[in-house]
Design a protein around this ligand. Structure first.
Ligand code: FAD
Length: 466
């Protein structure tokens, strides 16, 4: 039983990767640590449960990574995907620290496995968790428990007492062992973004947000983020920016996870509800483009689109939970999708007529392209003419939002007046906007959580001691 009458050195709010890295790090630095996870135990770990891999710099091949991925190359990749919208000092710091994180998480019980292949092309850059994100989390929880970190589930925090940038205490939604007030010398906020809060999303997206599916936990409602911003913490990031991919329209509203994501875009064409194409499906290799498709679909009427392909490519990509919808002709497929058959037939025929001869290779920017078509398909364009014709309906799948709390290199929150907070730290999605102004490169979410979680825990413990 947790003694809530005591004052903890470090309170960690959240129960995912960032929270656990912070808790372990703080405990290893000698602090007493309480973790408050809003979700029930079975659902502990937020979006981290759904993850598979993490992007870390390394100077030489490792047991599971095929080659070097230097700090500079990581930085260039981040620059590219964010279009320069990143805090260079913090981003370079994170990238430098990521080298050590590869070993540090192993010391906390996490194990790696060889990279998955297919369209991901991540064998050099991203390390995969043996058993996936849930196994990774279980290892972190076990280590935290062994170290003496106190963990409470069903412990949603609904109030923060903050005075002049100093955290004083937190209030629980429901009493636990009769207690609702928690006191601690330092706070680590690791409670995720606001992606599961449809009403908040609607402030920026309007009614379109009703058609969004949330890929992860329903518990990341942004309440901690909002309380921090309302109490003088400086915000960072564009509230409309988020990581959003195209996921199967048949997926559940929350927690559909990775098995609902479609990686087949580059092998076909994508049309909207008017059976019209709207973007170059072959613009760049998939790991650099998959995260734009959620926003692209969000901009289409009724936020629905359809990936159209044929039987010749069905074994070329990772299958998802949902089988494709199939039909012997394009017109019959359109009828099943409730699209205008004549319109879809014309779109496919126009596309096929524009395809130029080339040598197909999905691992490089190949020379299979269209000519005279708008929008063009600039790579991997091959005729769709091998029945049965197949389709996946897709909707925007929101992974996580980028609006967050500004932090410095100590993971310490920065107040609106520019001064660092006395004792408040943040890690993970809740501060991802410092590194990700927009865009995404696979595996950075976990890098942000692990690096800044580790730093936040260490600094919070130091802060509590002084
Ligand atoms: C399907 C899917 C696949 C992904 N795959 C990858 C991948 O392979 N690699 C990668 O790098 N990233 C991936 N991501 C992104 C990754 O999940 C996040 O970047 C990362 O897990 C964020 O960690 P976090 O600890 O900040 O947040 P989370 O893991 O989401 O944890 C937030 C925690 O805060 C708790 N919480 C929220 N509000 C409160 C409150 N008021 N009181 C108490 N607790 C609260 C939640 O219950 C939750 O436990 C994926 C995301 C999804 C949805």
């Amino acid at each position: 039983m947790v003694d809530f009458n005591r004052k903890f050195d470090v309170l960690v709010i959240g129960g995912g990767n960032a929270a656990l890295c912070a808790a372990i790090s703080a405990r290893r630095s000698g602090a007493s640590v309480l973790v408050l996870e809003g979700a029930p135990k079975f659902y502990r770990g937020g979006n981290t449960r759904h993850t598979r891999n993490m992007r870390c710099a390394h100077d030489a091949a490792t047991e599971i990574l095929t080659g070097p991925y230097t700090e500079e190359e990581f930085w260039q990749d981040l620059l590219l995907v964010t279009g320069g919208q990143t805090d260079e000092e913090l981003a370079r710091f994170m990238i430098h620290e990521s080298k050590d994180i590869l070993n540090w998480v192993v010391e906390q019980g996490v194990r790696w496995q060889p990279s998955l292949g297919g369209t991901l092309s991540l064998g050099r850059t991203n390390s995969f968790f043996l058993g996936g994100g849930r196994a990774m989390l279980n290892a972190l929880y076990l280590t935290a428990e062994k170290l003496g970190v106190e963990i409470v589930y069903d412990a949603e925090v609904t109030g923060l007492q903050i005075e002049d940038g100093m955290f004083l205490g937190a209030t629980l939604k429901q009493p636990i062992d009769g207690a609702t007030e928690i006191r601690a010398s330092a706070l680590v906020a690791a409670a995720g973004g606001f992606e599961a809060n449809i009403e908040w999303l609607k402030q920026y997206w309007g009614d379109a947000a009703d058609n969004f599916l949330i890929r992860g936990t329903p518990y990341n409602r942004g309440s901690i983020l909002k309380m921090l911003l309302d109490n003088g913490v400086q915000d960072i990031g564009d509230p409309t920016q988020c990581h959003a991919v195209a996921i199967d329209a048949r997926a559940p509203k929350f927690d559909g996870g990775i098995i609902t994501r479609h990686d087949s875009v580059v092998f076909g064409i994508v049309v909207n509800k008017h059976a019209q194409r709207f973007y170059d499906e072959g613009e760049d290799i998939w790991p650099k483009r998959y995260a734009i498709w959620g926003r692209l679909v969000a901009a289409q009427p009724d936020q629905i689109a359809y990936i159209i392909f044929d039987s010749s490519v069905v074994t070329s990509f990772m299958p998802t939970l949902f089988p494709p919808i199939g039909a012997p002709t394009v017109a019959e497929l359109a009828a099943k999708l409730e699209l205008d058959p004549a319109a879809l037939e014309k779109t496919v025929a126009d596309f096929n007529a524009a395809v130029q001869p080339g040598t197909f290779d999905h691992t490089i920017l190949d020379d299979c392209r269209t000519e005279g078509l708008a929008p063009a398909k600039t790579h991997w364009a091959r005729k769709i003419d091998a029945p049965p014709y197949l389709a996946y309906p897709v909707r925007p799948g929101i992974t996580f939002t980028y609006l967050g709390t500004r932090v410095n290199k100590q993971s310490r929150m920065v107040m609106k007046d520019g001064k660092p907070s006395a004792n408040m730290f943040a890690a993970g999605e809740i501060m991802a906007g410092n590194v990700l102004g927009k865009g995404y490169a696979a595996g950075i979410g976990m890098t942000i959580g692990s690096v800044f979680g580790r730093v936040a825990g260490r600094e919070a413990a130091r802060n509590a001691r002084n």
